[in-house]
Ligand binder design. Sequence first.
Ligand SMILES: *[C@@H]1O[C@H](CO)[C@@H](O)[C@H](O)[C@H]1NC(C)=O
Ligand SMILES: *[C@@H]1O[C@H](CO)[C@@H](O)[C@H](O)[C@H]1NC(C)=O
Ligand SMILES: *[C@@H]1O[C@H](CO)[C@@H](O)[C@H](O)[C@H]1NC(C)=O
Ligand SMILES: *[C@@H]1O[C@H](CO)[C@@H](O)[C@H](O)[C@H]1NC(C)=O
Ligand SMILES: *[C@@H]1O[C@H](CO)[C@@H](O)[C@H](O)[C@H]1NC(C)=O
Ligand SMILES: *[C@@H]1O[C@H](CO)[C@@H](O)[C@H](O)[C@H]1NC(C)=O
Ligand SMILES: *[C@@H]1O[C@H](CO)[C@@H](O)[C@H](O)[C@H]1NC(C)=O
Length: 431
Amino acid sequence: MKLTAFSAALGSVFLLASGEPTENVRRKETSEPLLPSQDPFYTAPPNWEQTAPGTILRIRTAPGNVTTVIANTSAVWNIVYRTTDSNYKPSWAVTTVLAPLQNVSAPDNGTHNSLLSLQIAYNTAYPDSTPSIMLYGAASAPTFGGPSTADDIAYMLGKGWYVTIPDHEGPLASFGLGVQEGHATIDSIRATLNSDILPKQIPTKYAMWGYSGGSVASSWAAELQEQYAPELKFAGMAIGGLVPNITKGLQLSGTPFAGLIPGLFLGITSQDAEAREYLVSRLKTSGPYNATGFLAALRYDVGTLFLKYPGQEIGEYFVGGLADLRAPVLERISRSNTWQGYHGIPQTPVFVYKAIQDEFSPVSDSDELVQRWCGIDVDVRYERNEVGEHIDEINNGRLRALEWLETVFDGTLEKTGCDVRNVSVAVNTGI
Ligand SMILES: *[C@@H]1O[C@H](CO)[C@@H](O)[C@H](O)[C@H]1NC(C)=O
Ligand SMILES: *[C@@H]1O[C@H](CO)[C@@H](O)[C@H](O)[C@H]1NC(C)=O
Ligand SMILES: *[C@@H]1O[C@H](CO)[C@@H](O)[C@H](O)[C@H]1NC(C)=O
Ligand SMILES: *[C@@H]1O[C@H](CO)[C@@H](O)[C@H](O)[C@H]1NC(C)=O
Ligand SMILES: *[C@@H]1O[C@H](CO)[C@@H](O)[C@H](O)[C@H]1NC(C)=O
Ligand SMILES: *[C@@H]1O[C@H](CO)[C@@H](O)[C@H](O)[C@H]1NC(C)=O
Ligand SMILES: *[C@@H]1O[C@H](CO)[C@@H](O)[C@H](O)[C@H]1NC(C)=O
């Protein structure tokens, strides 16, 4: 199965790349994964800008031991594909595709393939911290007491679903740039469908799932899809811990999660030289809270961000305090890239779950986004959990999301219209 599927996948690249020099498509197998900055696979081949979004630029079997780390996996691929950045310029990104032990979704007796597009909340401006690399440690990463990402993926593979996991922040680690993240998510699905990894005899149903930073990528993909990828038809989208207005992340200053702020502002300025220059120009050059300390976040993964800045008042790093982060040059990016609900209408049923006491993003923002969608007849089921906060809802919402996604794939999802309800769900995670 592994070899057959791999040759099939390669076949499709050569097909797609026909007419282009063959060195455009490079197969590289290494026994150990390298960091993206060290690994030539994480580059685009010559003339890639002329290809259509979603074109496969490179594909390989994933190096190392992913099939050992993630249970229920038969094979894993990395795909470099063409996408479009936040400046609407050609860009590329990488997605990781995992195949289940059995090809077809069991619930409807094999009338379609099921493909889950999983958006991981990697929340960092560090280009070497990406889901395609994090997967190798997915079984041992901190889980806040619940199942790990490896468990989530194994659960989905165990249902017979294929899973595609984009490095949706792109090569510059553009944490928080919604247009970038949405495009990269959409094109990862196109690239996966363009490969021969999924059996072609039957159609593929595809749906998205993301929590927190992952929900941002999923939501932007849903907002941008109608205009950017009109040929796609999502079967559903499950999003939890929504952050419809990331600018409000500034309220995490002084909390245990303050480290998200340096990551976010370095992320949203990653594709705008003027904004980055402004940001750096406002950093203090001496004292305990200085430019060196802030810019170090360019090399921190999300776990390290939490470790390095807990409780810090991030305004201390800036000459003009937090107000510097509300300057027009940054606000301009926020308007086009960090406020959800203004770019388009999700053309797919949506399941939303959110802790009422979420301290990362006020529940009122999620209420408002859902009301917008409801007002234009998007099919939304919205569960507001009376229990827990942002981190708790990862585990409290996990099974509800997975079970909803199962109904998406097995065809039993019922049209709910606008269904907003308060729930009280506490999953005992033993902590
Ligand atoms: C997988 O490989 C990584 C190094 O790439 C290693 O740290 C890890 O222990 C391995 N895991 C398993 C389950 O083999
Ligand atoms: C699928 O198969 C099961 C068991 O073989 C059967 O009970 C069920 O009716 C079938 N469902 C469909 C949609 O054909
Ligand atoms: C693997 O899939 C089976 C179903 O085929 C499931 O029972 C099992 O829990 C899955 N493993 C994990 C670790 O989720
Ligand atoms: C999966 O699909 C491929 C291509 O259709 C086929 O060759 C292979 O036998 C299938 N594998 C399983 C486990 O059903
Ligand atoms: C997002 O939050 C910022 C900061 O509170 C606020 O200025 C802005 O108006 C909000 N945007 C939307 C669309 O609500
Ligand atoms: C910058 O901040 C770090 C951490 O507090 C400190 O070690 C360093 O001395 C500071 N640099 C300057 C120039 O003050
Ligand atoms: C849900 O709880 C909120 C308070 O958080 C309340 O205002 C609202 O009426 C409740 N909604 C429903 C549908 O019960």
